[in-house]
Design a protein around this ligand. Structure first.
Ligand SMILES: [Zn+2]
Length: 394
């Protein structure tokens, strides 16, 4: 980069910014791109020409005109490549192949036996990835990358440092997958991926401050503040499943006592439901069926889980003053049985100023929040890799 004395006179122009706008708002004209990015029309034209050369956009007819000559519209070529998004659950693997706009082309779900070894999980994961790679249509860029959401703490090198419910410690997942598949791999916490998925494509579209709560075997949260994922100093933010809601409660695998996820997760709910469900079908889906059939015991258990969920969510509301709380992952489909209890607690226990503008919703993408976000991590990385810097003086 050329330095021209006063840094204020230097602007970095990223082709990726133009690309992202095209991805979200195409068809769009060169003039609108210039207006939205603040770049000159000449600069936009140069970047557009490069992107056309690279097969990432094409021109179509003409758009609306405010008088004079009708502008040519630019369309993002969403099938120029594909991305893979994976939700690596504790008892399942869910993976999708999407185009560059996040539309799902193919989907794979596999169940995992609880307590499966790391070797087994990795073998199943690689199997899912191979299936999706084989399902990708021909395209100029092929598969641009893989994003994986994992239920645990990850670092910047894409290693899973600690995933207590999976029983993993220090697994260099990114390196293992990049060596095997020879393409960029992004690893992140599954709740972070879910938050981004909902923000981009689901209930959180257009919302600046939101907290996504992923409830499965455990509880994780993804925090979006001022339109950006908040990762904390080392990338470890959002472990709210391990805030204590019972100061002298049950011991947790994390070392703390009375953690939220011991009272409000799928695991906690199924533990309580133990006597209601047959030995070989201790699953959330079975409990939902019972509640749907009108079982008062099942309904009461959902209300109890909803109560504890509300207690934790109240803390989150009071800390972050968010505009939106999204309940996602395995509990996304249980709104009918959880919603009222959660709202009752929030309405009576959160600070009144904080709940004034607050909305609570269940995931708009249902069980697909994490895969959508994971795939968008892969696409964003592909865009970022096309980044160029142009310096010019104002
Ligand atoms: Zn804990």
């Amino acid at each position: 980069m050329k330095m021209t004395g006063d840094l204020n006179l230097v602007k970095k122009i990223n082709k990726s910014i133009v690309l992202e706008l095209l991805q979200k708002q195409s068809p769009i004209s060169r003039a609108s791109l210039a207006k939205l990015t603040g770049l000159t029309k000449a600069t936009v034209s140069t970047l557009v020409a490069e992107l056309m050369e690279e097969n990432l956009l094409y021109e179509i007819g003409t758009g609306e005109s405010s008088g004079g000559r009708k502008p040519v519209m630019l369309v993002f070529r969403q099938d120029a490549g594909y991305a893979i998004g994976v939700d690596l659950g504790v008892n399942y693997i869910h993976a999708v192949l999407t185009d560059l706009k996040g539309e799902i082309i193919h989907e794979v779900r596999r169940g995992l036996k609880g307590g499966a070894s790391q070797e087994t999980v990795l073998r199943e994961l690689k199997g899912c990835l191979r299936t999706l790679i084989a399902a990708a249509p021909e395209s100029p860029y092929g598969i641009v990358g893989i994003g994986v959401g994992v239920p645990g703490i990850t670092d910047h090198q894409g290693s899973v440092l600690f995933a207590p419910n999976l029983g993993w410690r220090n697994v260099p997942l990114q390196r293992l997958l990049e060596e095997e598949f020879r393409m960029p791999v992004t690893i992140d916490n599954e709740a972070n991926a879910g938050a981004v998925g909902e923000r981009e494509f689901g209930a959180g579209r257009g919302v600046s401050n939101l907290i996504y709560i992923s409830i499965g075997i455990g509880i994780g949260t993804g925090i979006i503040l001022k339109n950006e994922l908040y990762r904390g100093t080392s990338g470890y933010s959002g472990e709210m499943g391990h805030i204590s809601i019972q100061a002298d409660g049950k011991p947790c695998r994390c070392g703390n006592i009375g953690c939220w996820e011991l009272y409000a997760s799928e695991n906690a709910l199924l533990e309580e439901a133990s006597s209601l469900l047959p030995e070989d079908r201790k699953e959330l889906e079975e409990l939902v069926k019972l509640a749907e059939a009108g079982s008062p015991e099942a309904t009461a258990l959902f209300e109890r889980a909803g109560y504890y969920l509300g207690v934790g969510i109240t803390n989150i509301i009071n800390i972050f003053n968010p505009e939106l709380i999204i309940i996602g992952n395995r509990f996304a489909h249980a709104e009918r049985f959880l919603g009222a209890a959660v709202r009752r607690v929030i309405d009576t226990r959160s600070l009144p100023y904080h709940r004034e503008k607050l909305r609570l919703e269940f995931a708009g993408l249902g069980s697909r929040s994490c895969v959508a976000g994971a795939s968008s991590f892969a696409v964003s990385r592909f865009f970022a890799d096309r980044r160029i810097s142009v310096d010019y003086s104002v």
